[in-house]
Design a protein around this ligand. Structure first.
Ligand code: SF4
Length: 332
């Protein structure tokens, strides 16, 4: 099977955007690829954070991923900072990466504007670490959304630079563009994101979710219950597309356009269908965070050992090609 790599930052609770936009896809892909999923804590320290919260966030994220369906037996889920080779390889790649290529990255420009008071080198170097994350496992496939394609292309460039300078070593990975939806935030204006405060958390209780969903904006044309609406102009409809099946979906579409259904009823039906997805995740999370906690920790530990072995091999190979080896081992 081909090697797939992906990473996720431990920056807070997982929301529907993370779940439907990425994680549900990884759950499916783990049956088709040898999958490495990294909790990328080294990336997370490039933006302001509270050190005392980091260990809790890491274990919480790993637990949530398992609760969402990441298979402990199939997928190698690990914590990035537990594998020192990622930072080693980043340095080797730094030595062959033109500065201009990093300065052009869209994500760097966004972050530079967002954290103007504290733009650190890590923000600039982020794509190089990302390239090391992928290539240290000789990753061939990287599942991404449109906004991350530039980073995969950058990783391909890094592999090309290295291979042409030191000889064939790294594969040129492919972006696996999936049909994963871009999930809108509850404000209806932008992508669901922690920084925008417009999220529905995967582990939130039904009561908390309803408190967020019930006042959410719908199609502004539906002022009165008798006013027909256009589902395509409504955030709740975009959520139905994630969780509601046919024939109910068509029924709701028709109900909206004919004013046969009111917005509150429509939201209740969305919530009911959403909870069919989230209830089992929340239950599983409860088990894993309680009596299953040791099992999660042991698995992360075992996976880190596995990753260090694979990464160590790649580092040895890359160092050898770069002439970074003990003089008494130079072959004639
Ligand atoms: S009926 Fe549903 S889809 Fe139509 S505007 Fe109301 S909430 Fe949105």
């Amino acid at each position: 099977m081909k090697v797939l790599f992906t990473g996720i930052q431990p920056t807070g609770d997982i929301h529907l955007g993370n779940y439907f936009g990425a994680i549900a896809n990884w759950v499916r892909l783990q049956h088709e690829y040898t999958s490495y999923i990294s909790v990328v804590d080294l990336h997370a320290v490039t933006i302001p954070y509270e050190p005392s919260e980091m260990p809790g966030r890491v274990i919480d994220l790993a637990t949530t991923l398992y609760a969402c369906g990441i298979d402990m037996e199939k997928t190698i889920l690990f914590v990035q900072s537990e594998v020192p080779g990622h930072a080693d390889l980043t340095w080797m790649f730094n030595a062959i990466t033109p500065l201009g290529e990093l300065e052009r990255m869209t994500q760097f420009k966004d972050k530079r504007d967002q954290f103007r008071a504290s733009v650190n080198v890590g923000l600039l170097d982020y794509p190089v670490l990302q390239a090391a994350d992928i290539l240290i496992y000789k990753g061939e496939v990287v599942p991404v959304g449109e906004d991350q394609v530039q980073h995969v292309e950058f990783t391909r460039e890094v592999a090309r630079h290295f291979n042409s300078r030191y000889g064939p070593t790294f594969p040129e990975c492919q972006a696996l563009l999936t049909k994963s939806p871009r999930v809108l935030g509850l404000d209806g204006d932008s992508k669901m994101s922690k920084s925008k405060g417009n999220t529905i958390g995967v582990l939130e209780t039904p009561e908390k979710i309803w408190a967020k969903v019930s006042p959410a904006k719908t199609d502004p044309a539906r002022v009165r219950r008798t006013d027909p609406g256009t589902p395509e102009k409504c955030t709740i409809w975009s959520y139905h597309l994630l969780v509601t099946q046919e024939p109910e979906l068509t029924e709701i579409h028709n109900g909206c356009t004919t004013a046969g259904i009111g917005c509150i009823d429509c939201k209740k039906r969305f919530q009911a269908n959403l909870m069919k997805v989230l209830d089992p995740i929340r239950e599983r999370y409860g088990e894993l965070a309680g009596s299953g906690r040791k099992m999660v920790e042991d698995r992360l530990e075992a996976n880190a050992v596995k990753c260090r072995a694979v990464a160590g091999e790649t580092i040895r190979e890359a160092k050898g090609k770069m002439g970074l080896k003990k003089v008494w081992k130079i072959e004639s």
